[in-house]
Structure formats: structure tokens, C-alpha cells
Design a protein around this ligand. Sequence first.
Ligand code: ATP
Ligand code: MG
Length: 552
Amino acid sequence: MAGKELVFGIDLGTTYTSVGCAPIDGNGYEGPVKFHPDGVAVNTVVLLRKMPRNEMPCVWVGRRASERYRRFLSENPDDSGTFVEFAKRNTGVCEDEKLSRAVEHWSLQDRDYVAQEVHGVFLKALARQIEAQRDLGEIRRVVITHPQNFSEVSKKATRQAAELAGLDVLGTINEPDAAALSYKVEPGLHVIFDFGGGTLDVVVLKVDDKGNSASIASSGDPFMGGADFDGEMLKYFEELVRLSYPDFRCENEPAYNQRAWIDLARDTKEQLSERESCQVSVPVLTLPGVQQKPIIIRRDAFWSRPEVNGFLGKIREKTIQALDGAKVKPEQIGRVVLVGGSTYMPKVRDLLREIFVRKELDCGIDPIIAVACGAAAYARILASERSTARRAQLEMPDDRPTGHISKGLGILVFDRDRGCEVVKLLIRPNSKTPMTQEQTFRMRESGRVRLEIDVYETNPGWDRPDADRLDPRDCPFVGTIEFDAPRPLEAQHPLKVAISVDMGGTVSVILNDPELGAPKTARLRGPGVVDEIDQNLGERRSHIASLCYDAD
Ligand SMILES: Nc1ncnc2c1ncn2[C@@H]1O[C@H](COP(=O)(O)OP(=O)(O)OP(=O)(O)O)[C@@H](O)[C@H]1O
Ligand SMILES: [Mg+2]
């Protein structure tokens, strides 16, 4: 492998992360990266703990992190370290005064880490593991994926995670678009059904005769995935134990045993994909004379629980919503591509067969690695674009894939007719990407030198073709860009403002006014913590690099 430069695709999942690699010139190893001892996917968990001999906190990720954490908990629950899971659910989540929501953070030794920093630590550890275990060279140039339904701020936070790990981010891409790239689906309409550990994404994809694919509509739930089934399984375990021991409470068990239950619940759920029932011995420490309680879990009984059945209802609703958004009927769909570990569940597959009235679903590529391999393929396209553009100043190649942005984007302007500020939509929801939309606005007052342009997006699922001016209170804030004009601008001075979205959904704003010189593209400043991290990226990256990664 030495001498061949590889680029990498990282599917940073809520519960599992997988990595794909591709050689830039098309020769050499291409495919998933296997980790020891975690296989093709590493559990997205991080343990940070100060160890006596090390100056800086030590880091463990994946299976090793869970094992160490259980051990530290059993040895000394007060000094077991900081264990973080499901950080993706907090990626880019901002303070919200209305909802009194604070940004979640995790502390260790007077230092706070927000979600993207935890992911930065995780990715740094992963890169080091790959470099140490595999002969793949330095992990440097990457594409990182994010769910279709992530807000612009969350997408930016995902990118920051990789930057904090010291990686060179070639681009970002939606998880379903990445999966479609790895499947190379034929012309027609297809559905990418991605159901992972923490999120659901249903995307309707159109592929033309030249093989170009574009997502034409999507729906999903960023807060529903396999982990929710694990939680229900845990409750079910407890209920079954209480049939024999009514006073039993899982919450009274020592913390390390509660962790053992969580792992057992997930294993049991996964086993139920293979069999109708399984016998489980749950470890119990708070019942006199009892160490284990054998219980039998039946698939049908688990799935008939109202909460679990409710998840199926939600999947149906989101799938139909995506089809409606694309204005297509289930019969018009060519392939239904399964992505994400939760698609192994037979009840989910049965439901999809029922909705799409078909016998076969597509699962030829392991649903756990399809996104990472597609991201690596995209990384190769971007890396060769970069080098080609540098060599010959050429345009992008024609086979560049296209994607779509599920939410609309607009800027805050004063609406004379209404006498109030509105969000003027420039990019409609479910638009094809890459795309740039420009419109001319006029200065309201004279004398301005500094221009601040506020960018907003539409809420998930909002799409009214007749509306292009929205109440800012109904739109999530994405960020601000600032421009300095060379001289004070007159009232009524025309300004051309464009919003541009690349294939991966990254947004930039362009101010194009010949009187002010060449078009200017300004950095989109995210709100709150995303902006704070951008301001201190160097310091935070150095801190992450200085942690102790080779503790064992
Ligand atoms: N055989 C199986 N049966 C049921 N569930 C499974 C099986 N194998 C894996 N899973 C579940 O799949 C989930 C992980 O899937 P995946 O790696 O696609 O998710 P992720 O990428 O971490 O999440 P997301 O894409 O939502 O951020 C876990 O909840 C895991 O328990
Ligand atoms: Mg995933």
C-alpha cells in the first residue's frame, strides 16, 4: 500500500462509526477499514479518564472504552472517568431560550467538551488506531457524513469534529447520498431507507440515463433509531424480572451492572433478528441469594409492546411522507435500498415489503458499511477534482454526483409591503444540489458600511410552494455573514446576494456587486457554540492532540 495515497470516508454514526477508503488514482485497496477488535464498525463511545501515571487524560474508544468503563465503575464509581455515548444527538444543538435548552457538555478536570469535541477526540483515536493497525498510510484527507435531516448548524458541527481531530476535510455528504454512491443504482426512482442507531432517513432518489443521481425528496426522524429499541428492551427485561421479584428496580443496581444490562439489551435485540425468541440471563446484584435471572424474550411479544409498535407507525409515516414529497407512488419505486444496522430487524423489513408491495429489498452491501464506502468514493471524486483543478484549472467533471437539500434557505430582509422583517427564501426545500440562487435586494437606509446578512432555514418537512416569505420566528437560525463595503452605501443601492449549497449541503453566501469589486464569499458564522469553536479551533485542536491515546 505504501506510496499510494488513500482518501477516507467516515460514517460518524450515533452508535457505530465505520470508515471506508479509496485510492485517489483508482488502484490499490478500496473498501471498508477493519478495526481490531471491533470489526468493520466501532461503537461511537469515548471514555476520558485521568490515570495516575499520565499527565494528560487518557482516551479509549469503541469496545475498549465500554470494557474499561465497566471495570472502573466496579472498582471506584466516583472516579470512573467521563463516558460519552450518543454525542451525535447533541451535535450542533444550540441554546434555545424558548425551550430553556442548554448545550450539553461533558466535564473532565475543569475542562468542558461539547459534542463535536467529543467526536474530535473519537476521530483522533480512530485515525491513530488505523495508522497503527493497518498499512494504509496517514489518515489525512476525509469526507465525513451527516444525516439528511441535520440542520445547517449540525452539519457544520460535524465538519468541525473532523477538523478538531486534525483531519483535512475534503467535504461532507448526506448519509443516503453516500449510500447511493456505493450502490451505483441504475436509472429510475429508488428509495434509500437508512435506519441506524440514532436516526431514520428515507430518501427518494432519481437516477438519470447517464447515471447521475439526485435525491428528490426526503423525510425522517433525527431522534429515532436502534438505541430507542434498546431502551425498550431494557424496560422489558425489568418488567419480566419483576414478575418474579416485584420490588426489583434496575435503577438500584450498581452502575456497572446497569451498563451490563444495556449491552445485553442491545445484543438481545440483535439476536431477535435471527430468531423468534431467546433466553437471557440478566445479572442481578440487589436481590438476596439471586445472581442471575433467566428470562425468555419473544420477538412477537416485544414488538407488540405499544412503544415498540409506535416506532413502526413512525417509520410508516416517514416513508409515506418521503413518497408524497416526491409525488410518487410506491409502485413507481425501482429499488428499496436498505442502509443502517436497524434494517436487519425483520419487522422493519416486513413493513417495507408491505408499503412497497414487493418481495425483494436491496441489502447486497452490508448496511453497516454502505455509507462509509460511498463517502470514500466521494472523497476520491473531490480529491481528484482538487488536483485536476490545481493542475489544469479545469471545470468539475460531468460525472460529479448531485444531491439535494431537504430544507429551504433564505435571508432576513425588511418587507415593505408587510412592514416587518421576513425570511425571503432563495433556495426551496428539496432542491437539487449543488445549486446557487441569487436575488437583488436594495439597501433600506444610507450610510451603511458593514453588512450583516442573517441566514435562516425552514423547519423539517415544511414545503409550501406558494410561500416564499416566512416569519423568522418559524425558521431556525443558521448563521450570520458580514461584509465590509469599501464606502458607505446609498439607500436603494442594489445588492446581489446568492446562497450557494454544495453537494454535501455546505452553505455559503456570496455578495456580488460590481461596484464593490469581485464577488465576495463570506464565512457563515454559526450561532453559539459552533461559532465559539471556530474562533478557538487551533487551541482546541492542540488540546485534543495532546491527550494520551496509547494508554494500553
Ligand atoms: N442484526 C441486527 N438486528 C437489529 N439491529 C441491529 C443488528 N445489527 C446492528 N443493529 C443495530 O443497528 C444500530 C447501528 O446501526 P448503524 O451502525 O447503521 O447506526 P449508526 O450509523 O450508528 O446510527 P445513525 O446512522 O442513526 O447515526 C444499532 O442500534 C445496532 O444495535
Ligand atoms: Mg448511520
